[in-house]
Design a protein around this ligand. Structure first.
Ligand code: NAD
Length: 259
């Protein structure tokens, strides 16, 4: 039922050429939606175009207002409108005690993780309204519901995503636009390996030990698969999610804390 209801939806996934975003783009394309992605990685965009012909891939840094304006002009030309925005782009930001972090690194994390979502939403809302309603899915993190020592810019940006999501849901509900956040736990893949390496360097805890902790901090004792996140995005965008809005939905194996 969810799959049928996602057929023919016009979907934009930011940072959709690789990682979790690519998994989400593949899931929507697989059920017959019309998908556009943006990314800053030219090689990943080229791979997307080769592997998903018939779908759209644009170069765009979500923290750059002019880039985002060009992206939405391209999406209107290519898809003729929009039903779903997946605000997936986000970076891990710097790792370290707060006094060691540079203001530039702090600002860069905020610019991509929260300013980027704002820049995309302000262009998407008129399109969703013109479609008679739609769905916005903002990527937060388990770091959007727990404190995360040595990752203060990331945690602050992902909590900001929750405030943005809940406020938008109230503002846009009368337009039949649903707004939800997904909060992934540690997702198995190259990024979590980089995150663990950085944490080991910052805390002096061995990589093996950190891998064990990252797995055991979830009650289910395992990391999340990127496809788990994609399935949640499909459900939220489809008929199963038609009365779900303003929610912060954890897909994290019941994570209990972040260290
Ligand atoms: N991987 C995890 O364990 C995890 C856990 C919780 C939340 N998340 C969140 O999920 C989202 C996706 O994470 P991921 O692990 O797939 O990331 P990733 O680091 O694998 O990057 C995915 C893509 O984002 C693109 N990108 C980076 N900066 C961009 C920008 N400014 N504009 C456009 N594209 C950009 C990259 O080029 C890459 O193709 C992020 O918001 C992240 O914070 C990830």
């Amino acid at each position: 039922m969810t799959e049928q209801s996602c057929r023919d939806l016009r979907v934009l996934v930011t940072a959709g050429a690789a990682g979790i975003g690519r998994e989400i783009a593949d899931a929507f394309a697989g059920v017959g939606a019309r998908v556009a992605v943006c990314d800053i990685d030219e090689a990943a965009l080229a791979r997307f175009r080769a592997e998903l012909p018939g779908h759209e891939a644009f170069e765009c840094d979500v923290s750059d207002e002019d880039d985002v304006d060009d992206l939405f002009d391209d999406v209107i030309d290519a898809l003729g409108g929009l039903d779903v925005l997946v605000n997936n782009a986000g970076i891990a930001g710097p790792t370290g005690p707060v006094e060691s972090l540079s203001p530039d690194d702090w600002r860069h994390t905020m610019e991509i993780n929260i300013d980027g979502q704002f820049l995309c939403v302000r262009r998407a809302v008129p399109l969703l309204r013109a479609s008679g309603g739609g769905s916005i899915i903002n990527m937060s993190s388990a770091a959007g519901r727990f404190g995360f020592p040595h990752r203060t810019p990331y945690a602050a940006s992902k909590w900001a995503v929750i405030g943005f999501t809940k406020s938008l849901a109230i503002e846009l509900g009368p337009d039949n636009i649903r707004v939800n956040a997904i909060l992934p736990g540690a997702v198995d893949g190259p990024r979590i390996r980089r995150v663990i390496q950085a944490k080991a360097a910052s805390t002096g805890v061995a990589v093996d030990e950190l891998e064990r902790i990252y797995t055991q901090q979830a009650s289910l004792g395992r990391m999340v698969d990127p496809q788990d996140i994609a399935r949640m995005a499909l459900f939220l965008a489809g008929s199963g999610g038609r009365n779900i809005s303003g929610q912060a939905l954890a897909v994290d194996g019941d994570t209990q804390a972040l260290i």
